[in-house]
Ligand binder design. Structure first.
Ligand SMILES: O=C(O)CCC(=O)C(=O)O
Ligand SMILES: [Fe+2]
Length: 391
């Protein structure tokens, strides 16, 4: 690992070539940590948040007294207790889309070793075997906790305990380890920009530094670290199949001058092979509660071409958001294809609940073939954000 960091020159001034600078950053392969290690004292322009966003943040008042719900899983083996906990899960998942769990059965030592492992890995001082052993232990524990949570979530929806597991929601786990170095100008940027997760649920381990915030009733609320606690949040897919009984909340991570901050996210993505149809759960649909979403096909992951997303897995959903005619989408896709001069071999729509927009994916034949063969994508896949849809 190059610990001296990249030697990048980021141009100043209003007119700069963002694409070029993003590419220079990507090509360096050293990440933000590389910049910091290289002595960067100012946040490069590519990471500076738009002025209107910054001023909006300054205007918004921070409500410190409200707290993301904390749910004690300690006694869920006892019958009455399971019902009570499922009720807490139901309220938290609807009103917040976020909760923290304590007494979940994962030893504190396993959590701490996982955080340490990520730090050591990123800092290059790796004793690989030891770290792998603790990582595998962590993965096993989180997988089990996922099963418990899907039972509670099923019960919270008034379904039989194994309903969500039967839909294979607990499958397709992706672990992402985040390392946020200390930032010289934290007020100008973000650790992770606002987004909602595109999975069923996410189980997040964060260290004790803080910085994660969730949007609740139009305010950013801190998700305060609890020693030994884990954060759970509802993703877009669970919002959709629960027919909005649960909420996929928008969240972000602030940058900080104190660091590094470490977190480990486990995304429960569902099953892709073979592609599976998902949609609002039948049992939750009635005349008074009509489906808010169409059924959609969940495909396997694509690695997207966009620079920041190179390592990030996304997925293709044949999903049409409510109140949108498929004719409108098809016409839009054709129009985009014409403008971009690309041929539509496959078309997918990726809803972005955070921004209320959709992303059209126009995928060439080669890319589809690669997907079927289970290979990763590098090119041939274009993503275009389309601002015509709002929920
Ligand atoms: O680092 C964190 O605390 C959260 C990261 C996150 O939101 C994500 O990976 O989706
Ligand atoms: Fe997230």
């Amino acid at each position: 690992m190059d610990i001296t960091g990249p030697k990048l020159s980021f141009s100043a001034g209003d007119h700069y070539d963002r694409e070029k600078e993003l590419k220079a950053f990507d090509d360096s392969k050293a990440g933000v940590k590389g910049l910091i290690d290289g002595g960067m004292a100012k946040v490069p322009k590519i990471f500076i948040r738009p002025l209107d966003e910054l001023s909006e943040d300054l205007k918004s008042i921070q409500i410190d007294q409200i707290q993301v719900p904390v749910i004690d899983l300690g006694k869920i083996q006892e019958k009455d207790c399971q019902e009570r906990v499922a009720n807490e899960v139901r309220i938290a998942s609807k009103e917040w889309g976020f909760f923290q769990v304590v007494n979940h059965g994962i030893p504190l030592k396993v959590l701490e070793e996982m955080i340490d492992g990520v730090r050591i890995f990123h800092e290059g001082d790796v004793e690989v075997k030891r770290e792998w052993a603790s990582t595998i232990e962590y993965i096993e524990h989180v997988t089990n906790l996922g099963h418990t949570l899907f039972e509670l979530l099923s019960e919270a929806l008034g379904l039989k305990l194994d309903h969500l597991a039967d839909l294979e929601c607990a499958r397709g786990r992706i672990f992402v380890c985040h390392y946020y170095p200390a930032c010289p100008e934290p007020e100008l940027t973000l650790g992770t920009g606002k987004h909602s997760d595109g999975d069923f649920i996410t189980i997040l381990l964060q260290d004790q530094l803080g910085g994660l915030q969730v949007m609740h009733k139009n305010q950013w609320v801190n998700v305060e670290p609890i020693p030994g606690g884990l954060v759970v949040n509802i993703g877009d897919l669970l919002q959709i199949i629960s027919n909005d009984k649960f909420t996929s909340a928008v969240h972000r991570v602030l940058a900080s001058s104190v660091g590094p901050r470490i977190s480990v996210a486990c995304f429960f993505m569902g099953t892709f092979v073979p592609p599976k149809v998902y949609g609002p759960i039948q049992e939750l649909i009635s005349e008074e509660n009509p489906p808010l979403y169409r059924d959609f096909l969940l495909f396997r992951c694509l690695t997207l071409k966009h620079s920041y997303w190179e390592d990030m897995l996304s997925y293709k959903i044949d999903l049409l958001l409510p109140n949108t005619s498929s004719d409108l989408l098809d016409a839009t896709a054709k129009f985009i294809a014409e403008v971009r001069n690309c041929k539509i071999m496959e078309l997918g729509w990726l809803p972005n609940i955070a921004t209320g927009t959709i992303v059209a994916m126009l995928i060439s034949k080669d890319a589809c073939l690669q997907s079927l063969l289970g290979l990763d994508f590098d090119s041939n896949c274009q993503l275009i954000e389309v601002n015509i849809l709002c929920r």
